[in-house]
Design a protein around this ligand. Structure first.
Ligand code: PXL
Length: 444
């Protein structure tokens, strides 16, 4: 098994970029497979529906499969939109020719509405393609059309799965987005059912079927079992729906690359915060700015929604033998305090993603003014009951100022140390500001 298997999608294009070949290629790429394609139809569509479809002549589809399979070692392939009986027959012959391990997504309609195959194509899928496939992944509507069973509950789905397996598919996965969000996996060789439970996810679903079957193909190509591939593919598509972007006026396209973007930004934020910690701890005078309750520096990923989206120092930065020392490591969820400051500020300005808390003094505030930093403050005495001080205080200070200031201070309260917080767009920027203040303080 190569690390990056080449996989093939035999499917139609979707001009809106949400479904079909573009969904498949994005999914393959984000699961670490090299995606190749044979285009079967060119659809003109957007998030509100299909306007027209132009079917490729079967010889052109066969040429594309030849081109890919004579050059690359492609073992796994999937089919999507196969609009006509002629196309299904041609594809079936070429699946045999190259002995492809096949996932069939028996696409009937676009998520936004619009038929994508003729009725006789469906019967050729049943008669010629299913006997060649390793897995078929109908949703409940497609499974009903293939099996003739009206699917209203899980037992109906199991019944339909057995009928579809009798048509020749070795494994059948009925995806349950239209039922109770769980998927039914039927492995005919061992006559076993596995139910993979899921939850209804808020979000756009344009391209979800293509994305599911492409993910399944990629996981199989990586050597995972049917059931594990089905689990991972379900998880993948749930995440892609959750992160769908409301582009267009109709059914929003799922976001196949959300998880790699998310991991990439997390990595960048960890690095950025790590470098900021070095800036602070390498500055000898910064020790004078470490508060009694110690210091933390934090940075959030874009669109952060909770403390697990914010990286900080797990054991904080403390003053030890006259030096600022980092006693933990930078990780997500390490600070609820500074994280809350950032999350509250991000409600007003998404670009303010970092903060550090430093020791409060009149001298520090004077220096901030001298450095032309914008300042706002809150008074703990004004805090209403049953609020989180950071949420309330930061929100209050921002509203007073009219925008997110560079500095938010409070003069403390009973048992509460006064504090100065520096806010900014990235951890290194706020660390550099803190170092500037520390150096100015040294001069006094
Ligand atoms: O998700 C089914 C599908 C398959 N193929 C193409 C599509 C769609 C849905 O929109 O456009 C080309």
């Amino acid at each position: 098994m190569t690390k990056t298997p080449a996989v093939l999608t035999i499917a139609g294009t979707d001009s809106s970029g949400g479904a079909g070949v573009s969904a498949d290629l994005k999914t393959f790429a984000s699961i670490g497979a090299h995606g190749t394609c044979a285009i079967t139809s060119v659809t003109s569509q957007n998030t509100t529906g299909v306007i027209s479809a132009f079917d490729m002549p079967p010889p052109i589809i066969m040429d594309q499969i030849d081109a890919v399979c004579t050059d690359m070692n492609v073992q796994y392939a999937k089919t999507g939109m196969l609009a006509s009986a002629e196309i299904v027959s041609a594809v079936s012959r070429y699946v045999k020719k190259y002995n492809l391990v096949l996932v069939v997504d028996p696409v009937m309609a676009a998520e936004a509405g619009g038929e994508l195959l003729t009725t006789d194509a469906m019967s050729v899928i049943r008669d010629e393609l299913l006997p060649l496939c390793m897995v078929v992944t109908p949703n409940t509507n497609e499974a009903s059309a293939l099996s003739g069973i009206v699917i209203q509950d899980r037992n109906d789905a199991k019944h339909a799965a057995k009928i579809i397996a009798d048509m020749g598919a070795v494994n059948v996965i009925i995806t349950g987005g239209h039922l109770d969000a769980s998927d039914v996996v039927y492995e005919s060789k061992t006559d076993t059912f596995t139910v993979i439970s899921g939850e209804f996810i808020e979000g756009g679903t344009h391209g979800s079927g293509c994305t599911y079957s492409a993910a399944l193909t990629a996981y199989l190509a990586h050597g995972h079992s049917i059931v594990n591939s089905a689990r991972y593919a379900k998880h993948f598509v749930e995440h892609a729906i959750r992160e769908s972007v409301p582009i267009g006026s109709g059914v929003a396209p799922v976001n196949q690359v959300a998880h790699i973007r998310n991991n990439a930004t997390r990595y960048e934020v960890l690095n950025e915060t790590g470098r900021a910690v070095e800036i602070l701890t390498e500055c000898l005078s910064f020790a004078n700015l470490v508060p009694e309750v110690s210091c933390n520096i934090a940075m959030a990923i874009p669109d952060a929604s909770n403390v697990w989206d914010v990286a900080a120092v797990s054991g904080r930065i403390v003053k030890h033998k006259g030096k600022a020392v980092n006693v933990g490591c930078v990780e997500f969820g390490a600070s609820s305090h500074v994280a809350r400051i950032i999350l509250a500020a991000m409600q007003f300005d998404n670009n303010v993603r970092a903060s550090v808390n430093i020791k409060y003094s009149m001298e520090v505030l004077e220096i901030c003014k001298k450095l032309n930093l914008t300042i706002s403050s809150f008074d703990r005495a004004d805090e209403p009951e049953k609020t989180s001080t950071m949420d309330w205080g930061v929100t209050h200070a921002i509203k007073e100022h009219g925008s997110v200031p560079d500095i938010i201070s409070d003069a403390g309260g009973i048992g509460k140390e006064p504090m100065v917080r520096i806010l900014g767009s990235c951890a290194q920027d706020v660390a550099k500001t803190a170092v500037k203040i520390a150096k100015e303080l040294d001069k006094l």
